[in-house]
Design a protein around this ligand. Structure first.
Ligand SMILES: C[S@@+](CC[C@H](N)C(=O)[O-])C[C@H]1O[C@@H](n2cnc3c(N)ncnc32)[C@H](O)[C@@H]1O
Length: 294
């Protein structure tokens, strides 16, 4: 029952985020006239022309029916950055980098939708019930202490991230909570990850849009010994909600390292190409659970 509620809360938060950004996009298009005017960053202009569609009243409903004010700071930064992005893709007022702006990401990652994704993941995986070994790909600054506490000392948690500034914040939270069953490692997930231990579960929460999914799934398979669970949270899967994906991509494309939101069919094709046995379940619109077995 709890798990159904947390998945619903996650979907609702993402619906609100979509509505709020759609409204911001409406103002952005009106103020900048980006559909007809030229700006120095022509690729960003093209992206808007190719992906923006006028919003309908229906899209705005969640703003009033299910408001989730905790994601507004993140959305407002995306919105503000979009104006500077018309000038230059690396404009200094774009504050979305995982290394340069780790302190800001640390605030956003404590809030919705990321906090709700964490709760839903912990519930789907029943973390804390058994002694389980978890590796978290692109762990960021908040998840290590969150999952470490939920899992308790009988579990093992390894967080992997390439941003030393995110890991530094994560480390200080882990130290202050005295949860020494939490390990942190610095790796670029685009490359082969080498760790001694085998794991039972791989968490991929809001990471697949930044890393080649093939590299991510191969790394996950290796660390599981091709036997275990992979849980994927994505703000949107592009084959499930194409309209939402078109809008979110306009904003997420400004985050350094952004590639593309994943699609379920692409993930399944990769699993097929690796030749591994697997089952999968879509827990809700934003959470995919894969069970590998050998
Ligand atoms: C949006 S945050 C999500 C953090 C965390 N999973 C959560 O849900 O709170 C994405 C994280 O992925 C990390 N990341 C992005 N590209 C990466 C890569 N190629 N290798 C390792 N980490 C990466 C970033 O540094 C950042 O901490």
């Amino acid at each position: 029952m709890m798990s159904i509620q947390s998945k619903k809360a996650l979907e609702e938060a993402l619906n609100f985020m979509y509505s709020y950004l759609a409204l911001k996009a409406y103002f952005f298009v009106g103020r900048t006239n980006v559909m007809n005017s030229e700006y120095p960053n022509s690729s960003y202009v093209e992206l808007w022309r190719d992906n923006y569609s006028p919003i309908s009243n229906d899209v705005l409903k969640p703003i009033f029916s299910n408001p989730d004010f905790s994601c507004i700071d993140f959305c407002d930064t995306l919105d503000k950055s979009s104006y500077f992005s018309l000038i230059h893709p690396n404009h200094p007022n774009i504050t979305l980098g995982f290394v340069k702006d780790a302190d800001l990401w640390n605030i956003w990652l404590s809030e919705s939708p990321f906090s709700l994704a964490r709760e839903a993941i912990a519930e789907v995986l029943h973390l804390g019930d058994d002694s389980v070994k978890v590796v978290d790909f692109g762990c960021g600054s908040v998840s290590p202490s969150y999952y470490g506490e939920v899992m308790g000392s009988k579990g093992v948690y390894t967080g992997i991230d390439f941003s030393h500034s995110m890991l530094k914040i994560a480390e200080s939270k882990v130290k202050s909570k005295n949860i020494d069953w939490v390990n942190l490692r610095r790796f670029d997930l685009e490359t082969k990850v080498t760790v001694k231990r085998k794991y039972d579960v791989v968490i991929c929460s809001s990471i697949m849009q930044y890393v080649n999914p093939k590299a991510l799934i191969r790394n996950a398979g290796e660390l599981l010994g091709y036997d275990g669970l992979i849980i994927v949270f994505s703000e949107v899967f592009r084959d499930l909600e194409p309209e939402k994906e078109k809008l979110l991509k306009l904003y997420y494309s400004m985050i350094p390292g952004f590639r593309a939101f994943p699609s379920i069919s692409e993930i399944l094709e990769i699993l097929d190409s690796i030749g591994v046995c697997y089952r999968y379940k879509l827990e809700c619109k934003n959470l995919l659970l894969i069970e590998m077995s050998n």
